[in-house]
Design a protein around this ligand. Structure first.
Ligand code: UDP
Ligand code: MG
Length: 336
């Protein structure tokens, strides 16, 4: 038998979780018939949700033995959630998907068929359009992929998603990248392996809201650039060189003007302009340097990527203990 672990990061997903569970069990139930060699486990990661996500997960764990969960001590972000899921998944294959049904479970059989024969190590979906998304957002996304692929050796495929069906080998390779600043789109691509992209039309969330603001996405894209490219550092040196050259040319022009034509140089305005320009450039470049330094600082601290507060094992053990205690009290009552 082969075990498939379905890893689902959840943050405030009380509205969609029951729907998701229903959908996924429908699909996996059908898959167990079509591919009798498959068994499933569902590993939900509760990323510090503030709503009823955890109680829902507990009740799912009550009624279905295949449901496992890890509940974080606070919100660590989706990247940490995916890492925790991959780390704790026991399967021969691991699926990562969102809880909001934007990653339709109906893709799973097709994905498995590509990975099963060893032809591919990973099957994933790729958005062919960005329907339902604002124009500005799409424009920024397009630019991001363009810039990213220009300045980084790691190819980031436009429209590729975190909906993946992977082999154990690939999962272990991803887990070996234990970096703190995680940018999964880059990590999935950096580890290599043969990936099959399935075209997919964007689906809207049936309920709940996205936790990504425009600003959040913008910061995330900068994280991605810094995690997988050092080009900004090179750009800052380049800017320095260019401004040196300009300064040098200006110097020569000034000298020639004064010596050859005897012209007076207007000192004050030119000086102010140059001071502004150069100090601006310097601050900009120091800022870039500082960003990389900050990332290095966080990496060297070796902080945990996530902190688990409760898992289904702890929950079940606690529940069993409570039940035993209750039944113990019952029998002692009846003995009296
Ligand atoms: N998510 C998470 N932690 C977070 C934010 C999001 O685990 O801090 C989960 C969320 O529950 C969902 C997935 O990541 O399953 C994708 O989030 P969302 O739908 O908000 O993003 P979008 O689909 O808009 O990119
Ligand atoms: Mg979503």
């Amino acid at each position: 038998m082969k075990l498939v672990s379905v890893v689902v990061p959840c943050y405030n997903e009380q509205e969609v979780l029951p729907m998701f569970y229903e959908e996924i069990t429908k699909v996996t139930g059908k898959m167990s018939v079509d591919f009798p060699e498959l068994e499933f486990e569902y590993l939900f990661i509760n990323d510090g949700s503030k709503d009823n996500t955890l109680p829902i997960l507990r009740s799912l764990a009550d009624k279905d033995k295949r449901v496992r969960y890890i509940s974080f001590s606070r919100n660590f972000g989706k990247e940490s959630g995916m890492y925790a899921g991959l780390k704790n998944a026991k399967g021969d294959y691991v699926v990562v998907m969102d809880a909001d049904l934007q990653h339709p479970p109906s893709f799973l059989p097709q994905m498995y068929s590509y990975v099963r024969d060893g032809e591919f190590d990973c099957a994933t979906t790729r958005r062919v359009n960005r329907k339902g998304e604002s124009k500005i957002r799409s424009w920024f996304a397009m630019k991001f992929y363009k810039i990213m692929n220009k300045i980084s050796q790691t190819e980031i495929v436009d429209g590729a998603q975190d909906f993946r069906f992977m082999t154990r080998q690939m999962v272990d390779a991803i887990l070996d990248m234990s970096e703190y600043n995680r940018f999964s789109k880059g990590i999935f691509s950096w580890v290599g392996f043969r990936t099959r992209y399935l075209p997919y039309e964007n689906v809207e969330r049936p309920a709940g809201t996205t936790s990504w603001s425009f600003w959040g996405l913008f910061k995330y894209s900068l994280e991605g650039i810094m995690a997988f490219s050092t080009a900004p550092l090179a750009i800052s040196s380049l800017l320095g060189i260019i401004s040196c050259i300009i300064a040098f040319i200006l110097m020569i022009i000034t000298v020639i003007k004064t010596i050859a034509f005897g012209e007076d140089v207007a000192g004050y305005p030119t000086t102010i302009c140059v001071i502004f320009l150069l100090s601006g450039l310097q601050l900009f470049c120091t800022g870039i340097l500082g960003q990389y330094l900050a990332k290095t600082y966080l990496e060297t601290k070796k902080r945990p990527i996530y902190i688990a507060q409760e898992t289904e094992e702890i929950y079940r053990a606690r529940k069993q203990k409570a039940e035993e205690k209750a039944s113990g009290e019952d029998t002692s009552d009846s003995e009296k």
